[in-house]
Design a protein around this ligand. Structure first.
Ligand code: FE
Length: 329
């Protein structure tokens, strides 16, 4: 009898622990994301296990694990990576009034297999000693011959540029996009950079006058050096708006805990979590009532491109082919 009770209570304990634990596969800086998970545990009692790695690595891992994956949630950056996950049926569609209220449709997959949980802008940066902001308007201006030997770009094998070009294909068409890319390449001041940070430092140092990078890298550099020279510019304000992308998350297809996982995602779209998720990396919250980090609010207001982000996923392959064709390294 005692033995049975022991067995039953062990079973009950392990089941309830199981039902009250989430496993998240995330791309993030561990020291920054851990306190956010801890905050969730404190508020809800739900324990969070996590695995930290790069997006494409986590996606491969989910594929290899299949039905046996312990993961309930995938959290990675860039719509290109999120799209890749949906292509292998790794993410489950979900319905949630909370999410649909807090996150505009253009920052979610059409079936909510992933949702944006913070946003970053890929915009233009310039050296104010070499460039007057009034000379600037759009991404496509950087293809103009007046910028010859003045432009810096990051490598084309990076998903951020692939998504940017994919968004051009959607809004401007392939032909126009091709001629923009050709112009950019012709105007390069230096070989393409392997990171946005190196590119921004090159603008600061005067090696290039102008370039394209994600806003949070600029936030990090400003936090370390308030006198950092490069300035931010918001292009296409009278047209399409600034290209934005997301850190996003979705419930995995093989999660045994889908309801609990959805609750976590809902929490992540509310103002407090939105503030925490955005400020850990100088990103923008998506919920309109969430507070901005002071450095990020210093970037100023801008109009962002409201084209559905999943389109950039659909055009990802075409973008890579186009960049290859024009010799964008
Ligand atoms: Fe990044």
């Amino acid at each position: 009898m005692k033995k049975h009770l022991l067995f039953l209570s062990t079973l009950f304990f392990s089941l309830s622990a199981y039902a009250n634990t989430l496993t998240i596969y995330a791309y993030a800086t561990e020291d920054l994301i851990r306190p956010i998970f801890e905050q969730y545990t404190q508020q809800t009692g739900v324990k969070i296990n996590y695995v930290i790695d790069k997006g494409p690595v986590l996606i491969e891992r989910l594929k290899a694990e299949g039905e046996n994956s312990p993961a309930d949630i995938l959290m990675v950056v860039d719509a290109g990576n999120l799209w890749l996950a949906t292509q292998s049926d790794l993410l489950a569609p979900l319905k949630s009034k909370v999410i649909e209220k807090n996150i505009p449709a253009y920052l979610r997959d059409s079936q909510n297999r992933w949702i944006g949980i913070s946003q970053r802008a890929r915009t233009i940066f310039y050296n104010p000693e070499k460039v007057n902001a009034e000379e600037l308007q759009s991404y496509e201006d950087l293809a103009d011959s007046k910028w010859k030997k003045r432009v810096c770009l990051r490598t084309s094998n990076n998903v951020y540029n692939q998504s940017l070009v994919a968004s051009f294909i959607e809004s401007k068409g392939s032909k126009k996009t091709e001629s923009i890319l050709k112009g950019w390449i012709t105007n390069l001041a230096a070989p393409v950079f392997s990171s946005d940070t190196l590119l921004l430092q090159a603008i600061d140092a005067g090696q290039c006058d102008i370039g394209i990078a994600n806003t949070y890298y600029y936030g990090r550099l400003l936090a370390n050096n308030p006198n950092f020279k490069a300035k931010i510019f918001w292009p296409d304000q009278k047209k399409q708006g600034v290209h934005i992308n997301v850190r996003g998350a979705g419930v995995t297809t093989h999660s045994k805990n889908k309801e609990l996982a959805q609750k976590f995602l809902e929490w992540s779209t509310e103002p407090l979590a939105q503030k925490l998720l955005a400020e850990m990396n100088f990103e923008f919250p998506i919920h309109k009532d969430a507070e901005l980090h002071p450095i990020v609010s210093g970037f100023g207001k801008f109009k962002s491109d409201s084209m559905p982000l999943y389109k950039t996923g659909e055009n990802q392959r075409a973008a890579v082919q186009l960049m290859d064709r024009v010799g964008y390294k």
